[in-house]
Ligand binder design. Structure first.
Ligand code: AHR
Length: 511
């Protein structure tokens, strides 16, 4: 048995929980839009073609904000193709994913779907093949009340009220050579600055995300953020981060500790932002939008038909990167969520990529069912229960020795305290593959204590760490009650089974 002691103090808070941390992402890629959220003719489809089964799962997931329409897709996308009468919209080749885009689904459909799903829209503009003018025009089309050619076109297209989109991404992954319209940091920094100015001239209330690095391993990481922010600091509100992780060569121990890398990545971007802020004598604070993150088996699950994650022929909505997630992936995703929450003073937006089918917590089949993947559960519980203030967690844990990251805590944690509801919540992961962990939670500044909820995601009976949910075993892995959680004398005690994710919700009062 391994052990961990975790101490929280009611007075030691990191800041309020940014509710936009629980974001998701819908890209015109694979089957995320078509046969994902949108499938006219499906038995659950509403009159607009939105799948009600996927909509219900999206609500249950608790996503707060959804980024759209890409991703790599946006860097070759003309937003005008996706508005106006559907039968007059052009069919186009999408170079990013080698797909035929019908444009049956576009901005109006996404805004309508978002309202039904109860999520905020986070819209990306194309700074790959297009530039300042198209970005400015899209803001005018979407947000200007009326009386101009563009806003009147929106009204003629059926939306009398402005969409009032507050959050905008200034392109996508333009540091990446794979990106359509790839740029140097200086080229992008200048373009993002000018696009931002023009967009804010139209609507000064919008918030803008500058493109950061596509990953910590990019050769330009660090220098890219520095250069881009040196140009754009005054004009933007966030810089983006993207990270995808996977298990390599059966090294589950390192994979389970990957949040160590995520923590370090965030800390490095924070330092870069602060360096530019100091050098430029800026008063305002730029924050982080971690607007793509997840587990993604970038080699493992590609089939021979899709060697580079793109479709081979020019077809509509092919199956692309439909990763099937197992118990190990769910525990890792739980630790990513912990990392994001622990950095909630600097990371204000985060989007798990993507929502449906494409490396997603929700899966659906054309003409068939929709179901929850294993990674659905940590996200759904944290999105629902992380309220109020983020507490600093002081962890004294046994360690795992990982080939990639050296020693890492066996038990990973984040915690929130909501004075209004009196709920103190812990999100915990046991990264140990073999041993259970005895955990003591030391609750300073809190009195009383009643367990409201204790739930566990672990290897199910008869399964192993690779057990996943499939169309034919949709609930093979889920949450089950965790017995044996006690609260007494300012301490809670529980045992985390090997390889598990646990949420504990306590009702307490301030001492
Ligand atoms: O989410 C899948 C792809 O990953 C996105 O289109 C791109 O931005 C990233 O490389």
């Amino acid at each position: 048995m391994t052990t961990a002691r975790i101490t929280v103090d009611r007075e030691f808070t990191i800041g309020s929980v940014p509710r936009r941390l629980f974001g998701s992402f819908v890209e015109h890629m694979g089957r995320c839009v078509y046969t994902g959220i949108y499938e006219p003719g499906h038995e659950t489809a509403d009159e607009k073609g939105f799948r009600r089964d996927v909509l219900e799962l999206t609500k249950e997931l608790g996503a707060t904000v959804v980024r759209y329409p890409g991703g790599n897709f946006v860097s070759g996308y003309d937003w005008e193709d996706g508005v106006g009468p559907v039968d007059q919209r052009p069919r186009r080749l999408d170079g990013a994913w080698h797909t035929v885009e019908t444009n049956a689904f576009g901005l109006h459909e996404f805004v309508d779907w978002s309202r039904l799903a109860g999520v905020e829209v986070m819209e990306a503009v194309n700074l790959g093949t297009r530039g300042v003018e198209a970005a400015r025009e899209l803001v005018e089309y979407a947000n200007h009340p009326g009386g101009t050619a563009l806003s009147d076109r929106r009204i003629a297209n059926g939306a009398a009220d402005p969409f009032d989109i507050k959050l905008w991404c200034l392109g996508n992954e333009l540091d990446g050579p794979w990106q359509i319209g790839h740029k140097t940091a200086t080229e992008y920094g200048r373009l993002a600055t000018e696009a931002a100015k023009a967009m804010k001239f139209v609507d000064p209330t919008i918030e803008l995300v500058a493109v950061g690095s596509s990953g910590r391993g990019m050769p330009t990481f660090g220098a890219w953020e520095h250069e881009v922010l040196t140009h754009a600091y005054d004009e933007v509100d966030y810089v983006s981060m993207h990270a995808y992780y996977q298990e390599h060569d059966g090294d589950a121990t390192s994979f389970l500790a990957t949040a160590v890398d995520m923590d370090a990545f965030i800390d490095e971007v924070v330092s870069t932002i602060d360096g530019v802020k100091a050098a430029g004598k800026h008063d305002k604070q730029v924050h982080i939008s971690f607007d793509e993150w997840n587990v993604w088996y970038q080699t493992g699950l590609d089939t021979d038909d899709q060697p580079h994650n793109v479709s081979k022929g020019w077809v509509e909505h092919p199956r692309l990167i439909e990763d099937q997630y197992n118990v190990t992936d769910a525990v890792v995703v739980g630790t990513f969520l912990n990392s994001l929450l622990r950095h909630g003073d600097r990371v204000k937006i985060a989007n798990q990529a993507q929502l449906v089918n494409v490396i997603a917590p929700i899966r659906s089949e054309q003409g068939g069912p929709a179901w929850r993947q294993t990674i659905f559960w940590p996200f759904a519980r944290m999105a629902a229960l992380a309220q109020g203030e983020i507490l600093r967690t002081v962890v004294a844990s046994d360690k795992i020795d990982t080939p990639k990251y050296g020693d890492a805590d066996l038990v990973d944690v984040s915690s929130t305290w909501d004075e209004e509801s009196g709920r103190l919540v812990f999100f915990l992961a046991n990264r140990g593959l073999e041993e259970a962990a005895d955990v003591e939670l030391v609750l300073r500044g809190f009195a009383g204590g009643r367990v409201v909820r204790a739930e566990l995601l672990a290897v199910p009976e008869g399964g192993d760490r690779f057990t996943a949910n499939t169309e034919h075993a949709q609930d093979a892995v889920g949450l089950v009650p965790l017995a044996g959680v006690t609260v007494d004398d300012g301490r809670a005690r529980l045992t985390l089974p090997a390889l598990s994710w646990v949420v504990v919700e306590l009702e307490v009062t301030a001492a």
